[in-house]
Design a protein around this ligand. Structure first.
Ligand code: 13P
Length: 260
């Protein structure tokens, strides 16, 4: 089976000024040891205003924490007031960019077509997309979870090569589990993520499906992280609320299964 190193990502959403972000990353870096980074890749996704500060900190202190962003436009530049381009993020040594988070889809009108444009632009700039998919509570209760997420996978990956897909990250975030304290049971998350992997295989082939990393997100906490991360198809976590505090985020990173 393909080796898929878990990726534990902290999506800070609209939290932490750049000064707070610096303190959080410093504290997180004291808590994490080399063995933790051997078991998992760790990314933080601050607001745009904190990216430069965190890039400088990571660089100066040679931290193993990886810099991520939460969003970008798909054009390299232009008259798009308020937007940030993938070129700008790449220049800040951003590695991972979240695309299609449910909050962007629901609150800011991002469609599958927009998500696809963003995924392509992120890849074209040498960064790795974390493409989010997930169902609402109504869709879940109607038994439409697999149809919803596989539709999002198909549309979001349209026009990519198998190699591009195999190197990216997909995050399964059931919308009803985000910020609610309700998480999918590990078995449920495993089943849906296995079905997402099947959808990836349908659009990009078995090799891409074997290497694409698929995270779970939605109320991941220190208390439930180990059981979620132990599932065979779950390759990490996209963590919101619990990633804001290093005392909570570090134990989640440390819950990633140890290999060897
Ligand atoms: P919570 O961990 O706060 O539920 O947020 C999940 C999320 O949306 C991460 O992107």
């Amino acid at each position: 089976m393909a080796e898929r190193k878990p990726l534990i990502s902290g999506n800070w959403k609209m939290h932490h000024t750049h000064l707070e972000a610096i303190r959080v990353v410093q504290k997180l870096s004291y808590a994490l040891k080399d063995t933790d980074y051997e078991a998992a890749d760790v990314s933080v996704h601050p607001a745009f205003t904190a990216l430069r500060a965190i890039q400088t900190l990571i660089d100066a202190d040679r931290l193993s924490i990886i810099l991520g962003a939460q969003h970008c436009h798909w054009e390299p530049k232009g008259a798009f007031t308020g937007e940030v381009s993938p070129t700008m993020l790449a220049a800040l040594q951003v590695t991972y960019v979240i695309a299609g988070h449910s909050e962007r889809r629901e609150l800011f009108g991002e469609t599958d077509e927009v998500v696809n444009l963003k995924v392509k632009a992120i890849l074209a700039n040498g960064m790795t997309p974390i493409m989010c998919v997930g169902e609402t509570l109504d869709e879940r209760e109607a038994g439409d979870t697999d149809a919803k997420v596989s539709g999002q996978v198909k549309a979001g990956l349209e026009g990519l090569t198998a190699e591009q897909v195999g190197g990216m990250v997909v995050a399964y975030e059931p919308i009803w589990a985000i910020g609610t304290g309700r998480n999918a049971t590990p078995d449920d998350a495993q089943a849906t993520i296995a079905s997402i992997r099947g959808a990836v295989a349908n659009v990009a082939g078995a090799d891409a499906a074997a290497t694409v990393r698929i995270q779970y997100g939605g109320s991941v906490k220190p208390a439930n992280a180990a059981e979620i991360l132990a599932q065979p198809d779950i390759d990490g976590a996209l963590v919101g609320g619990a990633s804001l505090d290093p005392d909570e985020f570090a134990p989640i990173v440390q819950a990633a299964p140890r290999r060897g």
